[in-house]
Design a protein around this ligand. Structure first.
Ligand SMILES: [Ca+2]
Ligand SMILES: [Ca+2]
Ligand SMILES: [Ca+2]
Ligand SMILES: [Ca+2]
Length: 274
């Protein structure tokens, strides 16, 4: 009887507090539908599966380093490149939903290997973000059915905000991190990095792992399962893609309090019954 009650509790907590975690087996893209490298992708970076699963936190390139907003993923096992005219289409097993409880209205995150400009390279707190993000474009479009795609205007796939692996870093090029960021949490789109040192940038990320944030409402869709990234012919750049994430809904404090009350009430009921 006790074990029955215990599993009931887990179920209650799971449904009450992490509804999207229960629905989504994992929040990352699950399948490559198609990949066309285009002309002259970054040499060797043509493994499309690199865009599936969790974005890169620690790169194995150059002997290994920690991903920060100042240095992105750089190994062919981590990112896939789109040459001139290249195109990548991925699919999520569970739909990405335009959930009103998603932070800043952002529902989908696309991760590239962009990085922030720096005023100097002392690798300490005197190095300041100059403002611009060094990305390489990539036009994002989304689709519910895999046939009808809607272009997301003004948001580059390999652009703002650069990926960050850990919240406890204080220099631009750290060799280690202990507290992982949340790749399902968007950065506040109004955050301006200009003039901030690493600690300031990390504080502004507020635990997020970065990524280009997309509000599905902006294209009039309530949910999508397919994401396409195109490098238009003649763009002059070669975007890299690291991964895609379904943003995790965050219940408002009032909702959370109510859920806790209801969980406690049902626990009491179960205890009485047992
Ligand atoms: Ca998934
Ligand atoms: Ca939204
Ligand atoms: Ca890039
Ligand atoms: Ca990846």
């Amino acid at each position: 009887m006790k074990s029955y009650v215990a599993s009931g509790i887990v179920l209650i907590f799971g449904f009450a507090i992490f509804p999207s975690a229960v629905l989504a087996a994992d929040p990352w893209a699950d399948m490559v539908v198609s990949y066309s490298p285009g002309t002259d992708p970054a040499p060797g970076f043509t493994n499309a599966d690199a865009a599936l699963g969790e974005p890169t936190r620690d790169s194995i390139a150059f002997g290994g380093f920690v991903i920060s907003p100042f240095g992105g993923a750089a190994d062919p096992s981590e990112v896939v490149s789109l040459g001139d005219g290249g195109e990548l289409v991925v699919k999520f097993d569970e739909p990405v939903v335009d959930d009103p409880l998603n932070p800043f209205g952002i529902d989908l995150l696309v991760f590239g290997n962009s990085f922030l400009g720096l005023s100097s390279f002392n690798n300490d707190d005197t190095d300041l973000a100059t403002g611009p993000t060094f990305g390489e474009g990539g036009v994002i479009s989304v689709s519910a059915n895999g046939t009808d795609y809607f272009v997301v205007d003004g948001i580059d796939a390999d652009g703002r905000f650069p990926t960050n692996g850990y919240t406890d870093i204080s220099i631009p090029f750290p060799t280690d991190g202990n507290v992982p960021t949340d790749f399902t949490k968007p950065v506040d789109p109004s955050f301006d990095v200009t003039g901030l040192n690493t600690a300031g940038v990390i504080a502004g990320y507020d635990g997020s792992g970065g990524g280009a944030g997309i509000d599905l409402a902006s294209v009039g869709l309530s949910e999508i399962s397919y994401v396409k990234v195109v490098n238009p012919q003649g763009s002059g750049s070669t975007p890299e893609i690291d991964g895609f994430a379904d943003v995790r809904a965050v219940p408002e404090p009032n909702t959370l309090a109510l859920l806790c009350v209801s969980v406690l009430t049902s626990l009491k009921r179960q205890t009485r019954r047992g």
